[in-house]
Design a protein around this ligand. Structure first.
Ligand code: PBG
Length: 329
């Protein structure tokens, strides 16, 4: 009771504030998403993600060495696939010589201890820009899961430490885990995008990979039949518990900032590590507002990342990872 208790005593100066600080972000917290393209010496800026780039394999080598020096220990790989390799079956996704498979080897060669995670979903490979095989206007669940399992296996064979299915088909974690076990990849982990919402914040990412759903007859205009309804909270728990039962080592909530209530619900419910994806639209908003001089870029990113961790994230996939570790070092 006041004045016996004056809360401001513990805020008097930075020394005491740092001693009572409850949430501290460190390089150990981050997963760095990387966009990879074919070519030589490519480093092209993504229009809707200022300061973020697509790299060719030779440049990715330099980039991951730099990340490792900064103390960052994990990367999450995404590839931009040439149009003529896209189809409705995910054929290129399981090509042992595909860009993703080569990228895994490149990163592992450059920095053997770097944890390499791979995106597992068909959208970059789909002529329709969907995360699954389409038949008669529908995204097929089980047929898609079977391809995702093959895709995961090919990533494991290339040397991936974790596969990260981002598609939201039902039962795909079980399919993937079963095939990895059958083939002897007992130590290849699964980070499941378990509570992934049908969010409007993925726009810049779809620019980066040219992977947005195409506007064509009998092709779903959005991903609402597989990604979750932003209105739902109980469903996030159901999805996450199922993925853990099916063999997920790490679960995920995505996007970040608008879904921190979900992050806390999940953190309080499960006993596996929880990751959070601070997505491309969250990145773009901060970039745009700070370019206009309306927000303090560095302060805002540290505040948002701290909030994500405070909500319950054990790890954060973030396009700001590099900025953040430079700021906190
Ligand atoms: C696709 C995928 C998406 C993201 C990661 N994997 C986009 C989508 O579901 O349409 C979004 C990441 C971001 O916006 O930063 N499987």
């Amino acid at each position: 009771m006041f004045p016996l208790r004056r809360n401001r005593r513990l805020r008097t100066n930075e020394a005491i504030r740092s001693m009572v600080r409850e949430t501290i972000i460190s390089p150990n917290d981050f997963i760095v998403p990387l966009f990879i393209v074919e070519g030589k010496n490519v480093k092209e800026e993504i229009g809707s993600m200022p300061g973020y780039f697509r790299y060719s394999l030779d440049n990715i080598e330099k980039e991951v060495k730099e990340l490792w020096k900064l103390g960052l220990k994990s990367v999450l790989l995404f590839v931009k696939v040439a149009d003529d390799l896209k189809d409705n079956a995910g054929k290129e996704a399981i090509n042992p010589e595909g860009l993703m498979q080569r990228a895994v080897k490149t990163v592992k060669n450059a920095v053997p201890d770097m944890i390499v995670m791979t995106d597992v979903a068909l959208d970059p490979y789909s002529q329709y820009g969907h995360d699954g095989i389409i038949d008669d206007g529908k995204v097929l669940n089980d047929d898609t899961s079977a391809v995702l399992a093959e895709m995961s296996l090919s990533h494991a064979k290339a040397g991936a430490d974790f596969v990260a299915p981002s598609d939201m088909m039902d039962g795909r974690i079980f399919e993937i885990r079963s095939l990895l076990e059958d083939e002897g990849f007992h130590d290849t982990g699964i980070m499941s995008y378990s509570a992934k919402y049908a969010s409007a914040f993925y726009g810049p990412f779809r620019d980066a990979l040219d992977s947005a759903p195409v506007d064509a007859k009998n092709i779903p205009k959005n991903k609402k039949t597989y990604q979750m309804d932003p209105s739902n909270r109980d469903e996030a728990i159901r999805e996450t518990l199922m993925d853990i039962d099916e063999g997920a080592d790490i679960v995920m909530v995505k996007p970040g900032l608008c879904y921190l209530d979900i992050v806390r619900d999940i953190k309080n419910t499960v006993n596996v590590p929880v990751s959070v994806y601070q997505v491309s639209g969250e990145y773009a908003m901060i970039k745009a507002a700070s370019e206009k001089g309306w927000l303090d870029h560095d302060a805002v990113i540290l505040e948002q990342l701290t909030a994500i961790k405070r909500a319950g994230a054990d790890m954060i996939a973030s396009y700001f990872a590099k900025d953040a570790v430079k700021l906190i070092s």
